[in-house]
Design a protein around this ligand. Structure first.
Ligand SMILES: Cc1cc2nc3c(=O)[nH]c(=O)nc-3n(C[C@H](O)[C@H](O)[C@H](O)COP(=O)(O)OP(=O)(O)OC[C@H]3O[C@@H](n4cnc5c(N)ncnc54)[C@H](O)[C@@H]3O)c2cc1C
Length: 380
């Protein structure tokens, strides 16, 4: 088994490291306290820099899942610097970009994709789950044809990037089938609510979205599509991103905890000299490495079209989400008073770590899916 990164993967990691040198790291971390205007500017600046190194145009389109392994190491590096920036960038590139590149008709969105690849736009994706998924494609937002265009109506309580987005892709039910409608927040019928205050990832701009019978021209509509394909794409992409975000968070917490343990003296010695602290750090490293391996294994299984890739991604997501909560908690314990002060990176990680368990496929639904897809084929 060979776990080395390829020359291409190492080159991308090197280019990502080049974006986050010196002041750029503190700038990304300062996003946690930024206003909406500052967030739009800083996110835009980082998107342009990531566009210049080719990061935004990778793994878009139908082959996104099978190519995700190529990008994972670099994604984790961005997530390690700032989880908020990572989620904002990936929502634009892999979620919105993946939808437009993978499901749009040939050349339908070539102009939009060129802007996206260059980091010139910020985008969002809104998927409103239906209370009665058996009655259609599973979206509560509905659309209907009206002459040469379509009308879309619905709400979504949480949409990442909505307050700073140039475009929002909305999943809606069109004649009982899923379709994607690209809307612009400048339209008076596209109502973005006030920015929400969240437990963690405070450098993300999240708000509700209401579409009040928004008119969308045909050229900005994708679909109607095959039901499972679109939903699978959305779920898989979100789950991979959230898994990478958890691994990045653990790596960041581990670095900060080890740094503190090496420099903080108690009883004349650094606390890292104490077995109680060493054991915690050893466990943090074990959890981080295991989560990372499982995340890579899931992406590798997609790359070889393994039938169990989907279930293993759910295993990776559940494990990484729960491991990140445990790692962040141990980090706060090691930093103690320092780690309890607002704004400390470990305190921030502690608050952020809850998100991966409840976003995308929740840990409950992921466990149900693992039991359904994987365990029924295995004698354990
Ligand atoms: C900060 C933030 C940003 C977000 N950004 C976006 C975005 O950009 N775009 C977007 O589309 N969405 C976004 N979301 C929505 C997010 O993906 C959902 O919150 C998530 O999918 C969970 O849905 P829910 O909150 O409605 O919980 P529910 O689905 O109502 O679940 C509540 C609880 O019940 C459990 N549960 C639900 N169904 C079952 C079942 N059948 N059996 C057993 N247990 C069950 C769940 O596991 C969970 O514990 C965001 C959410 C947050 C908090």
């Amino acid at each position: 088994m060979n776990f080395d990164f390829t020359a291409e993967e190492n080159e991308l990691k090197r280019r990502v490291a080049g974006v986050f040198t010196g002041e750029a790291v503190s700038e990304a971390q300062l996003m946690e306290r930024a206003s909406l205007e500052e967030l739009k500017r800083t996110t835009g600046d980082f998107l342009r820099k990531l566009g210049e190194i080719g990061y935004l145009s990778l793994c878009l389109g139908p082959a996104q899942a099978s190519e995700s392994l190529k990008l994972l190491a670099a994604q984790e590096d961005v997530a390690r610097i700032s989880g908020s920036l990572f989620l904002s960038v990936e929502t634009t590139a892999r979620l919105f970009g993946g939808l437009v590149a993978g499901f749009g008709a040939h050349d339908q969105f070539s102009d939009l994709l060129a802007l996206l690849a260059g980091g010139r736009i910020i985008a969002a994706v809104a998927v409103s789950e239906d209370e009665r998924p058996d009655s259609g494609p599973g979206f509560s937002t509905v659309a209907w044809e009206d002459g040469e265009s379509f009308i879309v109506s619905g709400t979504k309580p949480f949409v990442t990037n909505a307050p700073i987005a140039d475009y929002i892709a909305v999943a809606a039910s069109l004649d009982g089938k899923p379709a994607i409608f690209i809307v612009k927040p400048g339209d008076h019928a596209v109502v973005v609510g006030p920015r929400l205050e969240t437990l963690g990832y405070n450098g993300l701009a999240v708000a509700s979205l209401e579409l009040r019978e928004v008119r969308v021209p045909k050229e900005m509509v994708i679909g109607p599509l095959q039901n499972p394909t679109l939903i699978e794409f959305l779920r898989r992409t979100q789950d991979l991103l959230l898994t990478a975000a958890s691994v990045g968070l653990m790596r960041r917490t581990l670095t900060e905890s080890k740094k503190h343990a090496d420099s903080h003296l108690r009883g004349g010695k650094p606390i890292f000299a104490r077995q109680e602290i060493r054991f915690k750090i050893a466990e943090m490293l074990t959890l981080t490495q295991t989560a990372q391996l499982l995340c890579y294994r899931a992406a590798w299984m997609y790359s070889v079209s393994d039938a169990e890739a989907h279930a293993v991604l759910h295993c990776a997501k559940v494990f990484s989400a729960e491991a990140s909560e445990r790692v962040a908690s141990m980090g706060v314990q090691i930093l103690a008073g320092t780690g309890y002060v607002s704004g400390n990176p470990v305190e921030q990680a502690y608050r952020e770590s809850k998100y991966a368990a409840l976003a995308g496929t929740t840990t409950e639904l992921a466990r149900m899916s693992i039991a359904e897809e994987l365990l029924k084929r295995h004698q354990v």
